[in-house]
Ligand binder design. Structure first.
Ligand SMILES: Nc1ncnc2c1ncn2[C@@H]1O[C@H](COP(=O)(O)OP(=O)(O)OP(=O)(O)O)[C@@H](O)[C@H]1O
Ligand SMILES: [Mg+2]
Length: 366
C-alpha cells in the first residue's frame, strides 16, 4: 500500500482473535441448535408421548377390564372430556397430579384434581411482559421451564395470587384449559442484575413464593372477531367466570390465548373480589354476573348444559382441595382470621353458598 498506513497485528493478538471468533461461532451454533431442537419437538408430540405413558399407567392401575368399560362409556358421562378438555399440562410437562388423576378416574363426572402445586426456584429473570398491568415477567426456573410470573410485591397484592390459584385450579378441576401453575421461589438477589428501575424494585419486593404459569411460546391473544368458539365451550367458560366473578374476560381484555389451535384461560387475578372485604363478603353470594362484555357472550353460550355439568361438581370437597393449594404465607395475618386454615374455610363457605344459590347465573337472575 504505497503511501498508506499499514496496520499489522502483532502475533499474540491473532490467535486470541481466532479463539474469540470460534467462541462466538460455538455460542451461535448452540443457540441455533437448541432452537432447532425446540422446533423439532413441538409440545403436541411431547403431549402425545406423555399421554401414551399415562394410558399405560392407567391401564396398569385400573385393570384392563375397567379401562375397556370406561372407553365404552358414552362421551357425555365423562365430565369435560369434550372439546377444550386439557388432560395434560401444555409443553408436554406432565404433573404427578395429572398422572394420578388418570389412574383413578372412573366412568362418570369425576373432576381432575391437582394435589400439590409444583414448586420451582427462579434462576433468571428474562423479560418484563409490559402488556400486563401487574408487570408479570418471564422467568426461567431450575426445572429449565419458562414461567410467566406474577409477583407478590406487585401493587395488586397477594390476593391476586390467591385468586389465580383458587380460580385457576378450580377451572382445571372442571376440565377447562388452564396452563399449569407453579409456585416460584424467588431470591431477591436476582434483582441486582436488572437494569430497569421499576422491575428491579418489583423483584426486590418479591422474595419468597410467587405465582408462575407455564409460558405458552408463540401463543396468540384470542380475538372474538377472528376466531370461533362453540356454544358448549363458551357456556362452560362463562359459567366458570360467573361463579368466580371474573371481570377480566371481556372483549377488550379477553385473557384467553390460542396455542397450537386450542384456547387457554389465563389471568384469574381479578376473580373472587369478595375476598378484598371479608366483612361484606356475604353480599356477593348472590351477586349477578354481568356477561354483557364477556368475550364469549356472542357465541350462544350453552349455560344450561354448563350448569347441569358443573354445579354438582363444585362441592365442598373440591373447593377444599383447591384452596388447600394456596401456600400459608399468602394467607397469614389476614385481618379477622386467626390462621390460614380459617381463611381457607371462608373461601369454601362463600363459594359453596354461591354454587347453592346460582341466582348470579346470567339468564337466571332478574
Ligand atoms: N402463560 C402464558 N403464556 C404466554 N403468554 C402469556 C401467558 N400468561 C400471560 N401471557 C402474556 O402476558 C400478558 C399479561 O398477562 P396477564 O394478563 O396474566 O397479566 P396481568 O398483569 O394480570 O394483566 P392485565 O390485568 O392487564 O390483564 C398476557 O396478555 C399475555 O400476552
Ligand atoms: Mg391480563
Amino acid at each position: 500500500m504505497p503511501g498508506g498506513t499499514r496496520f499489522r497485528l502483532c502475533p499474540p493478538v491473532v490467535p486470541l482473535i481466532k479463539i474469540y471468533v470460534v467462541k462466538v461461532g460455538v455460542r451461535f451454533y448452540k443457540n441455533e441448535a437448541s432452537q432447532r431442537i425446540r422446533a423439532a419437538t413441538p409440545p403436541a408430540s411431547l403431549n402425545f408421548r406423555a399421554s401414551v405413558i399415562l394410558r399405560r399407567v392407567a391401564i396398569g392401575a385400573m385393570g384392563l377390564e375397567r379401562v375397556q368399560r370406561r372407553l365404552a362409556a358414552p362421551a357425555e358421562l365423562c365430565a369435560g372430556e369434550g372439546e377444550g378438555r386439557q388432560t395434560a399440562p401444555p409443553c408436554g410437562r406432565l404433573s404427578a397430579a395429572a398422572a394420578e388423576g388418570a389412574a383413578t378416574r372412573r366412568v362418570g363426572p369425576v373432576p381432575m384434581l391437582v394435589r400439590v402445586l409444583k414448586k420451582v426456584i427462579a434462576t433468571r429473570y428474562v423479560l418484563a411482559l409490559r402488556e400486563g398491568g401487574s408487570l408479570p415477567g418471564l422467568v426461567e426456573a431450575d426445572d429449565l421451564g419458562m414461567y410467566v410470573v406474577k409477583f407478590i410485591g406487585a401493587g395488586q397484592g397477594r390476593k391476586t395470587l390467591v385468586a389465580e390459584v383458587v380460580a385457576g385450579e378450580l377451572g382445571r378441576a372442571l376440565g377447562l384449559p388452564v396452563p399449569e401453575l407453579a409456585l416460584v421461589e424467588f431470591d431477591a438477589v436476582i434483582a441486582r442484575g436488572e437494569p430497569d428501575q421499576e422491575v428491579q424494585e418489583l423483584l426486590k419486593a418479591s422474595g419468597g413464593l410467587n405465582l408462575g404459569m407455564d409460558f405458552l411460546p408463540g401463543s396468540l391473544g384470542f380475538d372474538p372477531l377472528t376466531f370461533e368458539a362453540d356454544p358448549g365451550f363458551a357456556g362452560r367458560v362463562l359459567w366458570f367466570d360467573a361463579l368466580t366473578g371474573n371481570v377480566d374476560r371481556s372483549w377488550r381484555n379477553p385473557n384467553m390465548l390460542l396455542w397450537h389451535g386450542r384456547p387457554y384461560l389465563i389471568d384469574h387475578g381479578a376473580t373472587l373480589i369478595f375476598h378484598h372485604n371479608w366483612s361484606g363478603a356475604d353480599r356477593f353470594v348472590g351477586r349477578a354476573y354481568d356477561a354483557a362484555d364477556h368475550v364469549l357472550s356472542g357465541f350462544s353460550p350453552d349455560l344450561a348444559a354448563a350448569d347441569e355439568a358443573f354445579a354438582p361438581l363444585v362441592d365442598e370437597g373440591l373447593l377444599r382441595s383447591v384452596v388447600g393449594l394456596v401456600p400459608d404465607e399468602w394467607l397469614v395475618d389476614e385481618p379477622g382470621f386467626d390462621a390460614p386454615e380459617d381463611v381457607r374455610e371462608a373461601y369454601v363457605r362463600h363459594l359453596s353458598a354461591r354454587v347453592a344459590d346460582r341466582s348470579w347465573l346470567p339468564g337466571v337472575a332478574g
